[in-house]
Design a protein around this ligand. Sequence first.
Ligand SMILES: [Zn+2]
Length: 707
Amino acid sequence: QTRPGLSLLVLLCYRQLLPCLWIKDEHSLDDFYNETKAKIFLQFYDQTAKVVLNQFMETTRNYVTNITRKNQEEMLHKDMERSQFMIYFGIRACLFKVAQFQAQDVNRTLRKLQNIDKAALPKDELREYNELLADMEMTYSMAQVCLNETACLSLEPELEEVMATSRNKEELLWAWQGWRDAVGCQIRTTFEHYVELSNKATQLNGYKDMGALWRSKYELDTLKQDLEWFFQELRPLYLNLHTYMHWALHRHYGPELIDLRGPIPAHLRGNMWAQSSVNILDLVLPFSKKIPEDVTKIMKGQHWKSEKMFEDSEKFFTSLGLLPAPPSFWKKSMLMRPTDGQEVECHTSAWNSYLDDDFGIKKCMEVTIEDLLSIFHEMGHIQYFLQYKNLSIIFCEGANPAFEEAVGSVITLSASSHKHLLNIGLLSLKHQDSEDEVNFLMRIALEKIKIFDGTIRKDIYNQEWWNLRLKYQGLCPPVPHSEEDFDPGAKFHISAGVYFLSLVLQFQFHETLCKASGHMGPLHQCDIYNSKIAGKLLGDALKLGSSKPWPEVLKMLTGESEVCIKALMTYFIPLLNWLVTDNMQQGDILGWPDFSCSFEEKDTDKVTFLNLKLDPNQAKFGYWVLLALGFVMSLVVLGLVCRLHSLEKQSLTQDTEIFSPLPNAYFLGIAMEPRQTAKRQWMLLGLCLVLMLRTPPWVRAEWWSWD
Ligand SMILES: [Zn+2]
């Protein structure tokens, strides 16, 4: 139940309690915004934020688990209240003179408060922003693809199921295209506007673009270069994996669908967004005679239910000595898609309501090993919430966004190990030889390695999206796409940076925790289940939330203060070795030399100027030069007109004064009779005018569109 207006009431009380926070006169300002006052200010923030955020989260939870107009209205209302709250504290946080403060955490907290995010938008635009977001969510959740008038499929679970299990290229294309038609094109304009407003909010917060804002959350200047470096390190594994899959899919679908020198069509990768390819393991299994046991089938055979899946993941966390989920968790979570026709948002997520142990998970679960592992991941988020819940509310978040994701994922690395699945009775074959191991690692690689970049800008979403896909993943849209079909709209989370960093981090964590648990042998065989030492190490890091800069938390956990890709490479080394040998034997081409989809690499930063591709700044300079030339031309013409006028007058006087000595006139330095000079001047003037007025098409077109 929500308490309408309570947050505003708290704000009002707060105003009464701290009347001194209101600016009285300018001279006392500097003394006033001192460190002691800052601490009191933050205490008040903490108490009020709990109430405001809790109300907002509560209405959000209501909305996503029961999509109705009324619930949407309530959520939007609470969102506006939250924004006003953020503005109130954000503005005041700016007034403190943090440079003189001693306590580092006070500085960091005030800096965090200053970023008020979308609340920086003017009120009507903020309202619009929230509405756009809610509308997209509604479109996305309710979209269906219809087979005929009576049978329609929604994304989860039906269409996902088609993408995962169908091996029929027409059917796959139908589902892939159908979903994009149902969502992408509908969301496109909404999304464009949404991005526009997001950019505006970002700039109002003082950041250049969303990328800069995203990077600021990492408090690390070298992040961009670091990510690029990781990608280079990962490249051999990635290219070899891609090449091998290419060849395997070519074998199955034939040359008319798979061009060995081009990218892999996106609809053939077993997933609506071609990110995880684990569903097509059967087509790309390295040792096809050694088919691994089907864990999903075993789960179904053992009559697993959603409750058991959650209990098992909770058991894993408690075996490490970590905290159990509170009783309210089991009441409030949505584990299955409701069967009474209630509309819900199925996208899996965990939420924190910031009050009274109120955490939960929303998921439309199916009994599969993939869903079991995704519950482990979500329970990782819940564990994080539980560990940092006693901190000041502003630190109740992951050390950085990628940390949050890596925590759940590191547990899935143990939970999906052969050893663990054997222990919980989901596998029966005890021994794994080297061929089984390569098969096993292929499965993990298909599941984990899915790199894509999320820096997508207006006008070029679609183009850029596929260009980036080509660059990083070598995926190609199966049918020619135009800007009209809008792909990113079909996927809500375009946050590749978080994803990629968390990929690297989870293996780094895994290596550390395995070492702590006393694991010997290859990294991919490690299962930290039952290790209290590993659990304590992890728990201690989680307890810090974002109260310390993340390199410090990383150092505490792993002993290293930098993100390192070594563990990831160690984990996959047996697979990489096998892939390299196999690809060499096949004589396969690495990568995708022919970018044969109809999308050429487009350097979107450049603009065309006089048929040259230039930086916008260079082009701007060029236009100024043109403008200056034009101005000089006009002066020349004006000069010519004056001179012509005087020449005409001269020749007129000459006609009347026959006996005067012949005056010389000059044309381009040559002395001649004034009348002749005048004739030539007329011609030159005409030429200049023609040159000036005949605006070349490339200037005309771009002069006016340039801003
Ligand atoms: Zn997550």
